[in-house]
Write a protein that binds this ligand. Structure first.
Ligand code: NAP
Length: 251
C-alpha cells in the first residue's frame, strides 16, 4: 500500500505563487512536504517567495523556480530543479491556466494559440514529465474547470482548451497502472480569485453565484483540501475528473 502522508514527499506545484496553487502549497506544508513553488511571470516572484516562506514556516521545505510551462525545455527544467534540490519527485500538481471569455466569432488565432498553449500544452507536458520522473506511488493532479460540464457559450476557447486534459488524465492513469501512481483532474466552480473577475460582469457574477448551493462562488479553501486528499488518503481515486463546485455543474 502506498504511503498516505506527505511527510518528506516532494511536490512540484505549477502556478504556486498565489491563489489556489499557493494555498495547496501551504496546506501540504504542515505535513512536512517538500514543495517546489513554480511561478511564470517575473511579477509573481515576490508572491512565490512568500509562498515558499509560508511553506517553511509551516514545517515543510521549499524551493522557488520560474518557468514558462508552455515551453517543454522549461517544464523539464522545473523537474530538474526539483530533483537537484530534493533528489526525487513524488507528486505533481498543475494549476497553470488562462481564461478568455468572448463569443467564438471574436476569438482570434492568437487567443486560440495562447489558450491551448497554457491550458492544454503546458498541462500535457507537465503530465508527461511527471510520468517520466515520479517515484512509484506518486500522484498527478491537474486543475481544469467545472465549465467542462456546462452547456454555455462564451467559454469556447477556455473550456475547449481545458477539455483535452480529461483525456490526458484518463490515458496517463491507465499507462501508469502497476506503479501505483494515480492521475486525476480537479474541476473547480467559478472561484473567488483575481483570475475570475476580469472576464466577468456584475450580472454574470450574480448568475455564477446563484448557480451554487449557497449562492456563493467557490473558494480556494474549498478546493485545496480536495487536492490534498487526492495526494494522500484519496489515492484510490484514479483517472477521474472531480467536480468541486457546490453543485454549479454536474455530470
Ligand atoms: N478562478 C476561477 O474562477 C477558476 C475556476 C475554475 C478553474 N480555475 C482554474 O484554476 C487554476 C488556478 O486559477 P486561480 O484562480 O488560482 O488563478 P491564478 O492564480 O491566476 O492561476 C493561474 C496560474 O497560471 C499560471 N500561468 C499562466 N501562464 C503560464 C505559463 N505560460 N506557464 C506557467 N504558468 C502559467 C500563472 O502564473 P503567473 O501569474 O506567474 O503568470 C498563475 O499562477 C487555473 O488553471 C484556472 O484555469 C479557475
Amino acid at each position: 500500500m502506498p504511503g498516505r502522508t506527505l511527510k518528506d514527499k516532494v511536490v512540484v506545484i505549477g502556478g504556486a505563487s498565489r491563489n489556489l496553487g499557493s494555498l495547496i502549497a501551504r496546506e501540504i506544508a504542515s505535513d512536512g512536504a517538500k514543495v517546489v513553488v513554480h511561478y511564470n511571470s517575473p511579477s509573481s516572484k515576490d508572491d512565490a517567495m512568500k509562498t515558499a516562506q509560508a511553506v517553511k514556516d509551516a514545517g515543510g521545505e521549499s524551493v522557488v523556480h520560474e518557468a514558462d510551462l508552455t515551453k517543454t525545455d522549461e517544464v523539464e527544467g522545473l523537474f530538474e530543479v526539483a530533483i537537484g534540490a530534493f533528489d526525487k519527485v513524488d507528486c505533481m500538481v498543475n494549476t497553470a491556466g488562462m481564461v478568455i471569455k468572448k463569443p467564438m466569432a471574436e476569438v482570434t488565432e492568437d487567443d486560440y494559440d495562447k489558450m491551448f498553449a497554457v491550458n492544454s500544452k503546458a498541462a500535457f507536458f507537465m503530465m508527461r514529465e511527471a510520468a517520466k520522473r515520479l517515484e512509484d506511488g506518486g500522484k498527478i493532479v491537474t486543475v481544469v474547470t467545472s465549465l467542462l460540464a456546462a452547456y454555455t457559450g462564451l467559454y469556447s476557447v477556455y473550456a475547449g482548451s481545458k477539455s483535452p486534459v480529461e483525456h490526458f488524465t484518463r490515458a496517463l492513469s491507465k499507462e501508469l497502472f502497476g506503479r501505483n501512481i494515480s492521475v486525476n483532474a480537479v474541476a473547480p466552480g467559478p472561484m473567488d480569485t483575481g483570475f475570475f473577475y476580469p472576464a466577468e460582469t456584475e450580472d454574470s457574477i450574480a448568475f455564477h453565484k446563484s448557480s451554487s448551493m449557497n449562492g456563493e462562488l467557490t473558494k480556494i479553501g474549498d478546493i485545496a483540501p480536495c487536492v490534498k486528499f487526492l495526494l494522500t488518503d484519496g489515492w484510490w481515486v484514479n483517472g477521474q475528473t472531480l467536480f468541486v463546485n457546490g453543485g454549479y455543474t454536474t455530470r
